[in-house]
Ligand binder design. Structure first.
Ligand code: ZN
Ligand code: ZN
Length: 273
């Protein structure tokens, strides 16, 4: 399997980090996890247009993870020569969210159908709400969901993708929890969004201090990787984004608790199983 960290940013705008989004290519399937800011630009850089995605999977409905979902729906629909409904997987609440996004797009859908004689269908989105258990098992690619813990944001889901004897876990925003441990057991690659608490505390904003209790720290991510015998820990969505030159400090903080491979992802970092 090939894991491409398309966007490694957070809600904080960053010139070199697009919003959270990760591409997992397993067998013949292109699976996109989350749709943060600029996802289609990074997807193009990885060589794919939205029409080539087999599924889009949302870990949760926070804006930084979903803000360009509407761009993906519109562009896939408007570029496709034939009807090409988009399969979407997400936690309970995803169907209602998708319905609201489609309602938001009503004007544009109307303009394009009126303008193009060969475009006479609405964008199709087929939603599967997944929170715990097997989501699909197609052509040798299996995906399992488990509840993550990003409270008070709930429900949220993490996912494990299995193919050819290898396993990749996309955790999303979560603190350590039983569901995450279940998915991470003996995984080859574990992708975790992280914060660095002492750097967050240095930010002079009261509101940003609220993020401490619902994100994994570097230390917690490393501990989850260690006790689940993970091979490679990928740190993404770092808050705050590392000041250039300080990346080794992030790696060292993880290495104090985990002796496997550690990757601090930048946009378009690739990790293979
Ligand atoms: Zn986030
Ligand atoms: Zn979140």
């Amino acid at each position: 399997m090939k894991v491409t960290l398309l966007g490694t940013g957070s809600p904080i705008p960053d010139a070199s980090r697009a919003g959270p989004s990760t591409l997992v290519q397993a067998g013949n399937q292109n699976l996109l996890f989350d749709c943060g800011r600029g996802v289609l630009m990074r997807l193009a850089a990885a060589g794919l247009f939205p029409g080539f995605l087999h599924r889009v999977i949302l870990t949760h409905l926070h804006s930084d993870h979903t803000t360009d979902f509407n761009d993906l729906v519109t562009t896939r629909w408007a570029m496709s020569p034939v009807e090409n409904p988009l399969p979407v997987v997400g936690p309970p609440g995803t169907q209602a969210y998708v319905d609201r996004v489609l309602a938001m797009l009503t004007d544009d859908i109307g303009y394009r159908i009126a303008h193009h004689d060969d475009l006479n269908w609405q964008p199709g989105v087929n939603v599967t709400e997944a929170h715990d258990g097997e989501v699909f098992d197609d052509d040798g690619v299996r995906m399992v969901a488990a509840p993550s813990d990003h409270r008070p944001v709930a429900p949220t889901s993490a996912f494990r993708i299995e193919h050819g004897g290898a396993a990749v876990v996309i955790a999303g925003d979560t603190v350590p929890c039983e569901g995450l441990d279940r998915l991470c057991a003996d995984a080859d690659v574990y992708v975790q969004t992280v914060i660095r608490p002492e750097m967050v505390r240095a930010i002079p904003s009261i509101r940003i201090q609220d993020i401490h209790d619902y994100h994994s720290t570097i230390e917690q991510a490393a501990q989850t990787a260690a006790h689940n015998r993970v091979r490679t820990l990928v740190l993404t969505h770092p808050v705050p984004a590392p000041i250039p030159g300080t990346e080794p400090e992030w790696i060292a903080e993880a290495a104090a608790h985990f002796d496997g491979e550690i990757v601090l992802a930048a946009d378009l970092t690739v990790v293979e199983t």
